[in-house]
Design a protein around this ligand. Structure first.
Ligand code: HEM
Length: 182
């Protein structure tokens, strides 16, 4: 997976410069990696709404003034909507054109409707560019000694979804020297 991301970035960015925001549109695999991370580990695992009037949703009667919780974490992993839902698989978005901007209810990392996260575009671009630059410039070895084969992805409890255990990585420079021009 990492090899695929490195190959894509190297091909698009070339040898003589660093990755820029404007490269992101040409990096579909990197975009898919971020989308898949947001699916399995949404930063806001539960969103809520207050009903302004009586309504029924999926056969449930919801009185006016009732707080309803939407479990984004479990929607994003629902086996009726996702094949092998627990597998981190960026390749799934080649076939599946599902988007993260609140139009597809099986993937809601930024919520949806009129309270959709207003920072969606900025948030996505920031994460994609940061991750892309990290992959472009370094090889990341997991663990204090850089020798852990499997990363512990256990989640903790919180309003935003924290890791249960911190991840320590050792960056090893890939570009030596780092090109001066961006
Ligand atoms: C990857 C980054 C981000 C993620 C995953 C994220 C996720 C979310 C989610 C799930 C909600 C609740 C939406 C709902 O209830 O339907 C939300 C709300 C919000 N987000 Fe973000 N967000 C991100 C970045 C940002 C950024 C960069 C900004 C501002 C610059 C921002 C500002 C807000 C605000 C103001 C709200 C409240 C909107 C409202 O209640 O009307 N977010 N975000």
């Amino acid at each position: 997976m990492m090899k695929k991301a490195v190959a894509e970035i190297d091909q698009v960015v070339g040898k003589n410069r660093l990755l820029q925001e404007s490269d992101i549109r040409n990096l579909p695999y990197l975009q898919a990696m971020v989308k898949e991370s947001l699916r399995l580990h949404p930063m806001v695992p539960v969103i809520q709404r207050l009903s302004s009037q009586y309504c029924t949703v999926g056969g449930y009667h919801i009185p006016a003034n009732t707080t309803t919780f939407i479990n984004v974490w479990s929607l994003n992993r629902d086996p009726t909507h996702w094949e092998t839902p627990l597998k981190f698989m960026p390749e799934r978005y080649k076939e599946n054109q599902v988007d993260v901007r609140g139009q597809h209810f099986r993937l809601l990392p930024f919520g949806g409707g009129r309270r959709l996260c207003p920072g969606t575009s900025l948030g996505l671009l920031t994460v994609q560019t940061t991750l892309g630059a990290m992959i472009r410039c370094f090889e990341w070895k997991a663990g204090k000694n850089g020798n852990i084969a499997t990363v512990d992805m256990e989640e903790g409890i919180g309003f935003t979804l924290p890791r249960a255990n911190p991840l320590v990585c050792i960056p090893v420079a890939r570009l030596d020297p780092i090109p001066l021009s961006v």
